[in-house]
Design a protein around this ligand. Structure first.
Ligand code: PRX
Length: 651
């Protein structure tokens, strides 16, 4: 772990928010201090009062925090609510005609959907789901492009108490099948295809393949017609437009208790099997609401654009639920940032008058490489706040974002959080504090974060350690679907159930600002997406010619981390042209097994993997090799020292 924890950053610049930003901000420095003080003096009262103010309850709760079954904490347990009602119905009187969603497809088609229209769409689809046999508690997998219907499907599930599990449209048929089966889903909602990167991504075809490879729990597949590409409608398939035909545009919400599971979302961990992170309704909604207010400082008239896909947690909390729950207007864009050219993101910002823009450092770095002429072509003067998420942002990219996109006028909120935390945990409250390039700043009110050593003792300023959360918070994960043991061990095992272990290393500077240093487990962060090294290794060894594989990360200037795989083949070690061919085949193979995001950037073939006498793969050595560093580790225990040369590509 120590190699992770050594802190190399030495960034001291401080950026104060502009006066006019502060003047309008929902939360100013005094308000923030008051919130922190209240959370410190009366933790339950703090969250309980917020939950009463921010959520419309069908039946009010009487108990704020139930810690009798720790680490299974319950929040607002005896309250009844519906999240779709909170996102839609409660705004109709005031905001019926206001745009909820401004959509732009990759080919350039646009749609403006008002709150009234979105409500009607969600109700029709919710009624349709019921007519297709979906009931409260059933799991529905959503495998869609980034179009409004993805949000409609999620909201419709929530409306009837069904549990959705969105699978990112970039995942392969195999990855989809594994998630469908783990969730025991009854239905898949998909579309014929989606527009991405100038091509049609054939989603329905992937669903067919997943089902052919065994999804015994699936009874129905609902297909939205987006691209008009050819699809074969099979016995389990039904068109979206047929599902909603004749359905009423009103649908009474199912009032669920606050702990009712809202969704599962699969994410990578240290083993080969992704974890179905389970979130509850009430607590999740509360943190989604307060972070949209505190961190994004959303006001009436703002146009918010979070570029994340609904296949990730960011697309749940800051596309599908949070912005709608506070009655905001948001942009949804279907495609990639560089179609038809590298100005697309900035054109979308200009054309729809985006005021708050939230994206990933990897996108910023990629766009930065393409040069300033692209953003300079567009009017970005409406932007007033910028955000980042998913991985540490390097100060250089931060400064580019600040000067070239934000014109030194817009605060940047670098938000640290996870699929498991449900919402921002450590992030600036932009009108209330200065920011530092590369730091996610301070924990939000009510989030008790710390940096501790292996024994759980806080470490001093600027010393690296483990990032922990010391008190439960409303939007925390409730368990791992079907694997409660793994939930207890992964997150609560290390400190006897006392603290939540995030799996990141961090340091805190003398001002109490947090600097995230990276993962402490075998999880890679490739373009802001989590991938377990074991997951990629399992995919590789599933290939008939692969005997053994080890996967490590190496720094990459756009993607954050690149994947390097060390592979031992059955039979002869491939060299020369055979190695080239094998490399291509394995990259394609991993893409089929998991998805294009998991394709190794580099594959090295050897006769053996370097192992210790006790048989453990020497991962640190592999990491050094992958980075092209000089080998300082003791390799004398290796059976075959030649292996190191092979892995370095020198033999
Ligand atoms: O390592 C941290 C990194 O992303 C991990 C969570 O990944 P995921 O569950 O896919 O959620 C991503 C979107 C919330 C964390 O454990 N991470 C996320 N945000 C940041 C970050 N690392 C540094 N700075 C951030 N702002």
């Amino acid at each position: 772990m120590s190699e992770n924890i050594e802190s190399v950053l030495n960034e001291t610049r401080l950026f104060e928010p502009a006066e006019d930003f502060v003047a309008r901000a929902r939360i100013k420095a005094v308000d923030l201090e008051a919130l922190h003080r209240k959370a410190e003096s009366d933790y339950e009262g703090f969250w309980g009062d917020l939950a009463r103010e921010e959520i419309d309850w069908h039946k009010p709760f009487t108990k704020t925090l139930d810690d009798s079954r720790a680490p299974h904490f319950g929040w607002f347990t005896d309250g009844l609510l519906n999240i779709s009602w909170n996102c839609l119905d409660r705004h109709l009187a005031q905001r019926g005609d206001q745009a909820a969603i401004i959509f732009e497809g990759e080919p350039g088609d646009t749609r403006r959907i008002s709150y009234r229209e979105l409500h009607a769409e969600v109700c029709r689809f919710a009624n349709g789901l019921k007519a297709q046999g979906v009931q409260k508690g059933d799991r529905v997998v959503i495998y869609m492009p980034m179009i409004p219907e993805a949000v409609v499907a999620m909201q419709a599930c929530a409306r009837i108490g069904a549990i959705h599990s969105v699978v990112f449209g970039g995942f392969s048929a195999e990855a989809l099948r594994d998630r469908v089966n783990d969730a025991g889903a009854k239905m898949i909602v998909t579309s014929d295809g989606g527009h991405r990167g100038g091509k049609v991504v054939e989603l329905k075809q992937a669903v067919d393949k997943a089902i052919d490879h065994g999804c015994p729990s699936i009874e129905k597949v609902v297909v939205f017609k987006r691209c008009g590409n050819d699809v074969v409608m099979r016995k389990e398939d039904v068109w979206w437009h047929d599902v909603i035909a004749g359905q009423a545009d009103q649908c009474d919400p199912e009032w669920v208790d606050a702990e009712h599971p809202l969704f599962l979302l699969y994410t990578s961990g240290s083993t080969g099997k992704p974890k179905g992170i389970q979130h509850a309704t009430g607590g999740y909604l509360l943190n989604a609401i307060v972070t949209n207010k505190w961190v994004f400082d959303m006001h009436d008239g703002d146009v918010f654009w979070c570029t994340a896909d609904v296949g990730w947690i960011t697309g749940h909390s800051y596309v599908a639920y949070g912005p709608l729950a506070i009655g905001g207007t948001e942009v949804i864009y279907e495609g990639t940032p560089t179609v038809p050219d590298a100005g697309r993101f900035w054109k979308v910002c200009q054309d729809h008058g985006v005021t708050i823009f939230y994206t990933a450092p990897t996108a910023i770095r990629a766009l930065m490489k393409l040069g300033e002429t692209w953003p300079e072509k567009y009017d970005l003067s409406k932007l007033r706040l910028l955000g980042t998420v998913g991985e540490p942002i390097n100060p250089e990219a931060w400064m580019w974002y600040h000067t070239v996109i934000g014109k030194e006028r817009c605060p940047i909120v670098d938000t640290w959080w996870q699929t498991e935390t449900g919402a921002h945990m450590i992030a600036p409250v932009p009108g209330a504090m200065p920011t530092k390039p590369g730091s996610c700043t301070r924990p939000l009110p009510g989030i008790i974060a710390d940096v501790v050593n292996e024994e759980g003792h806080p470490v001093g300023a600027n010393q690296g350690g483990l990032l922990v959360i010391k008190k439960p918070w409303p939007s925390m994960l409730r368990t791992i679907w079907g694997d409660d043991d793994r939930f207890r061990k992964t997150y609560w095992g290390q400190f006897g159930g006392k603290y939540y272990l995030a799996g990141d290393s961090a340091r805190r500077d003398e001002d109490g600002y947090f600097w995230i240093m990276g993962r402490i487990d075998d999880v890679l962060n490739v373009s802001g997406h989590r991938l377990g090294t074991m997951e990629v290794e399992s995919a590789l060894v599933a290939h008939p010619r692969v005997a053994e594989a080890a996967v490590v990360g190496r720094p990459h200037d756009v993607k954050g981390e690149a994947i390097v795989a060390f592979v031992i083949c059955k039979g002869e070690r491939p060299t020369g042209a055979t190695a080239e061919a094998m490399l291509k085949e394995l990259r394609e193979w991993v893409s089929q097994e998991i998805g294009p995001i998991a394709k190794p950037d580099d594959i090295r073939f050897a006769d053996n993997l370097p192992k210790t006498r006790s048989g453990k793969i020497m991962r640190r050595l592999l990491r050094s090799i992958a980075r092209g560093e000089e080998i300082t580790q003791d390799t004398s225990t290796l059976e075959n020292e030649q292996v190191v040369l092979q892995l370095q590509g020198k033999a």
